[in-house]
Write a protein that binds this ligand. Structure first.
Ligand code: PM9
Length: 458
């Protein structure tokens, strides 16, 4: 039985035509892009599920806010609105705006990390770990084992394994651990949430050793909605109450506003400690701009302030999770190997199981992303060995999860678009035996997945 789906809690006021391409055009486009979906021109893409980052549809209220941009070089009133939105919704005293999430990660890593430190986290994220490593730290994965198993059904698969965290503290000593990096939700695990009980326990353990808790707030509203749906005791709490409680256990956060801020650009660092805030402001002027704009225009800050409130609306979130679940359910019923259960922002295909005959160093997920584009014009993203990069010795990291992410932008696509995506994936699965892997022919030194190039193995 088809599941009944939740209708959109919005109506469409403006539309953007999208390209319909032929197979021949797509063959040429993906070849030009070095078989890397990041390098495709967007005008060659039919349904763009590369990312939910900055690809969201803003509301009429946000667009109206753009017209109220106060573009003064210093002291913009839009900054005050952004700061009070963060203070009100997240509860942090100090707000340092940045051009996007990695701007905040850069500043945070510089003010907290000393060379030789360790940063534990619930699975790595590409840009987050890159900034930790650039500042001399070693990342340690302390997520529960279930997170690395695409089949494991766990309601809070993003949880930290407290024993792993404790073991790291015993091994290297708390002085070498400036903070734990706690993502809510966990992108690379499949958009999986962290329970409030786990957040609380992590915070207690960390603080008992003087270790700070820094949250990656990028998809914190989605996390709050999962807590409301799945964690006993939270069903009657409002999303705003849950978001506030999540951050009450943290010392700070980095935020990419391009996700749960429902904007096209922007981010911030949230902090409670005045001393750290002073350090952050002395760096923001070097890398981003004045502490009252941090790389954003006044109108961008206004749209973000309004977007943060909209993302804390239960109907918006319930529909968002329902869209992801709809696609997840369709693929699952067709027997496609996917990460279970459904996450918050995307459906992740397990490429190792999809193409079991392609070894991981021939890039099964990269291959599948290219094949999906060739078949249908649907753009997805590799989240496997290419994204994981290399270790300090120069060897590939071999992540257990070799995934292709079908990421759903906020308020952009309809269920009919998701049907097209599901059909294309199901067709590809039928032809899976005929597909060969790829070799990498260009590799940049850092964050290689953005610009690496490949060739099919004949
Ligand atoms: N995430 C994503 O597509 C965009 C760039 S990486 C391919 O998922 C988390 C959990 C993220 C994230 C970006 C950032 C960085 C931090 N944490 O892209 O710099 O998912 O705004 O944020 C991307 P910015």
């Amino acid at each position: 039985m088809e599941k009944k789906y939740m209708a959109e809690p919005y109506k469409i006021k403006m539309v953007e035509p999208i390209a319909v391409t032929t197979r021949a055009q797509r063959e040429e486009a993906i070849r030009r892009a070095g078989y890397n979906t990041f390098l495709l021109d967007s005008e060659d893409v039919y349904i763009d599920l590369l990312t939910d980052s900055g690809t969201n549809a803003m509301s009429d209220n946000q667009w109206a806010g753009l017209m109220l941009g106060d573009e003064a070089y210093a002291g913009s009133k839009n900054f005050k609105n952004l700061r009070s939105a963060v203070q009100d919704l997240y509860g942090f005293k100090y707000v340092v705006p940045t051009h996007q999430g990695r701007g905040a990660e850069n500043i945070l890593s510089q003010i907290l990390i000393r060379p030789g430190d360790y940063v534990p986290g619930n699975m790595y994220f590409t840009t987050t770990r890159a900034h930790q490593e650039l500042n001399g730290a070693t990342f340690r994965d302390v997520i529960i084992d279930e997170a690395h198993d695409s089949e494991a059904e766990h309601p809070f698969k993003g949880n930290v394994d407290l024993d792993k965290f404790q073991k790291l503290i015993d091994e290297v000593g708390p002085d070498r651990i400036p903070y734990i990096s706690l993502a809510i939700t966990v992108n690379m695990a499949g958009g999986q949430p962290v329970s409030m009980a786990n957040i609380r326990a992590v915070s207690e353990l960390a603080h008992s050793y003087g270790i700070k808790v820094i949250m990656d707030a990028t998809r914190c509203a989605e996390n709050a909605c999962f807590i409301k749906h799945r964690e006993p005791g939270y069903e009657d709490k409002s999303i705003r109450e849950i978001i506030r409680e999540q951050f009450s256990y943290a010392d700070g956060c980095t935020m990419s506003g391009k996700k749960d801020g429902i904007v096209n650009i922007g981010g911030f660092l949230g902090l409670n400690d005045e001393d750290l805030y002073q350090k952050a402001t002395s760096l923001v002027v070097v890398y981003e701009g004045m502490p009252s704009y941090g790389g954003m225009s006044g109108r961008d800050m206004e749209a973000l302030a309004r977007g943060l409130y909209e993302a804390a609306d239960y109907n918006f979130l319930a529909h968002r999770l329902a869209q992801v679940e709809y696609l997840h359910d369709k693929l699952n019923r067709a027997g496609i190997p996917i990460v279970k259960p459904a996450g918050g922002h995307a459906v992740f295909i397990d490429a190792r199981k999809f193409y079991p005959h392609i070894p991981q160093d021939q890039f099964p997920a990269q291959t599948l992303a290219a094949q999906l584009y060739l078949k249908s014009g649907v753009r997805s993203m590799e989240r496997g060995i290419v994204s994981a990069g290399r270790d300090k010795q120069g060897n590939h990291h071999y992540p257990k999860l070799e995934l292709v992410r079908l990421t759903i932008p906020r308020r952009v696509y309809t269920y009919a678009h998701l049907d097209v995506v599901a059909e294309a994936v199901i067709d590809l699965y039928k032809e899976r035996d005929q597909v060969k892997g790829m070799r990498m022919v260009y590799e940049p030194p850092v964050l290689r997945f953005f610009t690496a190039r490949f060739e099919p193995i004949e």
